[in-house]
Every structure is written in C-alpha cells, then in structure tokens.
Design a protein around this ligand. Structure first.
Ligand code: SF4
Ligand code: SF4
Length: 371
C-alpha cells in the first residue's frame, strides 16, 4: 500500500471566518479540489446526541458550515445526514446547531432513519445488516468526525464515525459483542469508507468520552482521504499510541488503511507542537502505572451509575441497551450481571443521568479510597 497523507491546519476558535479559511487551506493542501467537481455529496457529521456545541459531544456546526460552503461550489447535490443514538434524531440535529446551519446555507439535513436503510451483507461477524441509503447513494461521502476519547474503545474518530451509518439495531448487536466491538466497527467502516474525512480537533473531549468527558482545546482541523491514517495522527496528538487503538490496528493489519505513523506524511502544521496528553477514560489505564494505582485499577472496574436527580424516565437507556440489562422500577435499574460496560446508556442519556463510575471490587477499599 502506498503512503497516506494527513493535512493538519491550525484553527484556534470556531469563529466562522477562521474555520472557513482553515477548511479551504486544508482542501488545497490535500490537493483534492478537482475530485470534488460535479459530484453528489453526503456530509456526515458526528451528531451523537442532543448536546449543545459547547459540550464538544458533536461536530461543531461551524465546521459543518465551512465544509458545506466548500462543497456547494462544486456539487450537483448535497445533503447533511446522520442518525443520532436513542430515539431523538430530530432533537439532536436541532440542539447541536446543525439544523440552523443547514437552513442558513440552504441545504437539506436529514436523519438516516427518515430516508431508510438498504439490506446488505456486512461481514461474517455482523452477518446481514442494513446501511443508510443516503450514505450508499452519494458519489462522495465526506465524514466530519469529532476528536474524543471513548470509554469502550479508548479513542473515537474517523473510523468510528461510519458506525452512525448503520441502524440502531446493528449498533446494539455490535456493542453486545463486547471485546469484538472494534472488529465490528472496522467491518462497518470497510463496507463503505468515506471518501474524505475532515476532523474537528479544534476542541476535543478527554476523560469519559464520547459524551461524559471534558472539553479540551487542541486548535487543529485534520483532513485525509484515509480515515485510518487520520485516526493514527489524531490519537498520537492526544498521547495515545495509534496501535493501542484497536480500530486503527485492525484496519491497518487488514490493509484497509494506514495506521503506522512511519507510513504517513503529515502536511501543514508542525504537529509535535500541538501534542497534548488527554486524560483517558476511567476504565482505561495507560502508560507506566505506579504500583498503588496498578493495584487500584486491578481491583476495580468502571460501571454505569444512575443519578436519579437528573433522570426524567424517558427510557432511552432501556431501549439502547443491547444486553437488556436495564429495567424501569420506577427509575432505570441496571443489572450488573448482564451489563458489558459498553456505556451506550451513558452516551444516549440526554440528561447526563448515567455516568461511568469506578467501583472497587473489595468493598472495604471503597471506603478508604475515593476513585
Ligand atoms: S437515565 Fe433516565 S433520563 Fe437518562 S436515558 Fe435513562 S431514563 Fe432517560
Ligand atoms: S447497562 Fe449500559 S453499559 Fe451496561 S450493557 Fe447496557 S447499555 Fe451497556
């Protein structure tokens, strides 16, 4: 396989002109302007759940606007689409600011559920499945992932953003595979990789991503035709070895992208000066553990915990759980014998009422140590 190129352009804020200038510069450095002419496009942001742009859960709407403006100059037909988790697709489009941008720019925005899915043979792991028709019918898919840590996969970026193109039922099945989830994500990615990936790394998320973490500034927009290479550079930027990200390693080993930094040309900014160590999710213990903390992590696990005060009993968490581990009585009750700690319930909860919490296996330690 030939070398991959990732473009890194500086973008300190979400101020409209700055973002647009950065995206235009990135497209120019990547040298793909000609490929964009006369095509039909699907722009696929990460619109995970109904969270405002400042929470850094979703792709920032100004990134969506800048990309739409670039593509509008070249397109025949352009649509923005995604399928947020839970049953609140329309609300997520609204709250994330994407509907406003679509209306102001005069382009259609839709959910994949509304446009329908096509039956496809995904992989031996996922067997028959469905893929968004809007995604499959576009000449070019332009994916706009958000740089975040992830409680189940450690890192989420461009490869994982394609996960949103399959219906919730397939996502539930993939989550139920627990340790095999990264393989399932790569299967979905490989079925129809995006043609262009533009990552919002102006502000990312550290800690308990993809929805319960803390915003962290990085000041970059990353572009590549190879989502695997883009993820490799992005994870390196936040202090994670690309080969520790299972989706990157699996995709690299299968030859469907380049995850080895030695085979990637980074063009644009000198990225080493942008590197920051992002705090990992609670359930990941990385890099040189001290003896005490090693013991602590060995004797504990991270589980979803409900905060009743924030819960409005919408039951979204019940419906998303692939293991049927949540029942209502009258608030959600989690059966930890069934729970596989995938944190989909936490992702989908609009009220942040379910959060990852470290629990020590030896009760006496829980009283001595606050984790
Ligand atoms: S925890 Fe409560 S508010 Fe959150 S998804 Fe579940 S039922 Fe809805
Ligand atoms: S309870 Fe939450 S973390 Fe556990 S399996 Fe269900 S969705 Fe995943």
């Amino acid at each position: 396989m030939s070398r991959a190129t990732v473009v890194a352009v500086s973008c300190e804020t979400y101020e409209q002109n700055e973002v647009e200038t950065a995206v235009n510069r990135g497209i120019e450095l990547l040298g793909i302007a000609e490929k964009l002419k006369g095509r039909t496009f699907l722009v696929k942001p990460n619109c995970l759940s109904p969270k405002s742009p400042s929470s850094c859960v979703t792709t920032h709407p100004e990134i969506v606007r800048a990309v739409v403006r670039v593509l509008k100059n070249a397109h025949r037909h352009l649509m923005i689409g995604d399928q947020p988790g839970g049953g609140h697709g329309e609300r997520a489009i609204e709250v994330s600011g994407m509907r406003r941008v679509a209306e102001e720019e005069g382009v259609t925005i839709t959910t994949f559920e509304r446009e329908g899915y096509k039956r496809v043979k995904l992989s031996s792991l996922l067997r028959d499945g469905y893929f968004a028709k809007t995604y499959l019918s576009a000449d070019m898919v332009v994916s706009l992932p958000k740089l975040k840590t992830h409680s189940q996969t450690m890192f989420t970026g461009a490869v994982k953003n394609v996960f949103g193109a399959v219906p919730l039922k397939t996502r539930r099945l993939a989550h139920s595979l627990a340790q095999l989830l990264p393989r399932a994500i790569v299967d979905i990615y490989a079925f129809r990789p995006p043609d262009l990936n533009i990552m919002d790394a102006v502000w990312g998320m550290e800690g308990d991503g993809p929805s319960q973490g803390t915003p962290r500034h990085l000041g970059l927009i990353l572009l590549s035709e190879d989502a695997v290479a883009l993820d490799a550079v992005a994870s390196h930027l936040i202090g994670i070895d690309p080969m520790d990200v299972q989706t990157t390693r699996i995709a690299h080993e299968r030859g469907i992208g380049i995850g080895d930094l030695g085979e990637i040309d980074v063009v644009g900014e000198e990225i080493e000066s942008y590197r920051r160590k992002f705090r990992p999710p609670k359930n990941f213990f990385m890099k040189n553990p001290k003896v005490f903390s090693w013991l602590l992590y060995s004797l504990s696990s991270v589980r979803p915990r409900l905060d009743k005060r924030n819960c409005h009993r919408c039951e979204d968490c019940v419906h998303i759980c692939s293991m049927d581990a949540i029942t209502m009585n009258p608030y959600p009750v989690i059966d930890y014998r069934k729970c596989i700690e995938c944190f989909s319930c936490s992702e989908v909860c609009e009220r942040d009422a379910i959060k990852p919490k470290r629990v020590l296996h030896i009760p006496i330690l829980s009283k001595l140590v606050r984790v």
